[in-house]
Design a protein around this ligand. Structure first.
Ligand SMILES: [Zn+2]
Ligand SMILES: [Zn+2]
Length: 252
């Protein structure tokens, strides 16, 4: 599988990156399959740098905060009105309430929330399969229903924290993962509210307990000092890691 960082700015789009979005590609039955994980503010624009959006096979939304899903409202316009014809409908794995929220985000008299997509609630099945992707999800610790994911392609595993406070289920999701895309929005020196986000030290601790091979730290907000996140991380993690940036790719 190949992971491309489409956007990685935490909480809101930054000057150098769209908000959260990750493109996962894998070969299966003689073609490339594409799963887009989250589509936060500005990500639909950046996604077009890395693939023809018509070639996206599905979306996996961690939760319904705007920095993870709001560009789905613009996907409705792109997929319905493209001059070469409307896109085929694609599945969107999502928390409950996506239809209502994204319909509202489409504006008064705008597109329905499910224009060009078919919502599949995470909790409707223990495992969701899309082409080569086998996706399991678990509720994580955030103020709205939010899900972490474990995506397997054969024996290869990508885990994604979504947004979450420190919680043991993240260790289970990331167990022995080849790539663990984990948020680190907070710094240890601040007085952080609980049940919201991780620090670099907490991300490193989870990755160490899970035995991940390569930790990809993401969702650092533009107002946060990346060096401080990195020094926090160094207190709990000695393995391979990157603080990701837009356009970076990882192949496993
Ligand atoms: Zn977020
Ligand atoms: Zn959030």
């Amino acid at each position: 599988m190949r992971l491309t960082i489409v956007g990685c700015a935490g909480s809101f789009p930054g000057p150098d990156s769209a908000a959260s979005s990750y493109l996962l590609e894998a070969e299966h039955e003689d073609r490339t399959w594409r799963l887009v994980i989250d589509l936060g503010n500005g990500a639909l624009g950046q996604l077009q740098r890395y693939c023809d959006p018509r070639d996206v096979d599905g979306f996996a939304l961690s939760h319904l905060h705007p920095d993870h899903c709001i560009d789905m409202a613009s996907w409705a316009v792109l997929s319905k009105y493209h001059p070469d014809g409307a896109y085929d409908e694609v599945p969107v794995y999502s928390p409950q309430g996506a239809l209502e929220y994204l319909g509202w985000a489409g504006g008064p008299g705008g597109e329905r929330g499910d224009t060009g997509v078919r919502f599949v609630e995470w909790d409707s099945a223990p495992v969701h399969e899309l082409g080569p992707f086998r996706i399991t999800s678990s509720r994580v610790d955030h103020p709205v229903p939010a899900y972490g994911m474990r995506i397997e392609v054969g024996d290869t595993v990508l885990a994604y924290s979504g947004d979450s406070g420190p919680v043991d289920v993240l260790v289970d999701l990331a167990r022995d993962a080849d790539l663990f895309l984990c948020e680190a929005s907070f710094v240890e020196s601040a007085d952080n509210p609980p049940h919201l986000h991780l620090t670099g030290a907490e991300a490193g601790s989870i990755a160490a307990r899970a035995g991940v091979r390569h930790l990809l730290v993401t969702h650092i907000p533009a107002w946060t000092d990346r060096d401080e996140v990195e020094s926090d991380l160094a207190t709990t993690w000695t393995g391979r890691y990157d603080l990701v940036g837009p356009g970076q790719t990882y192949e496993v």
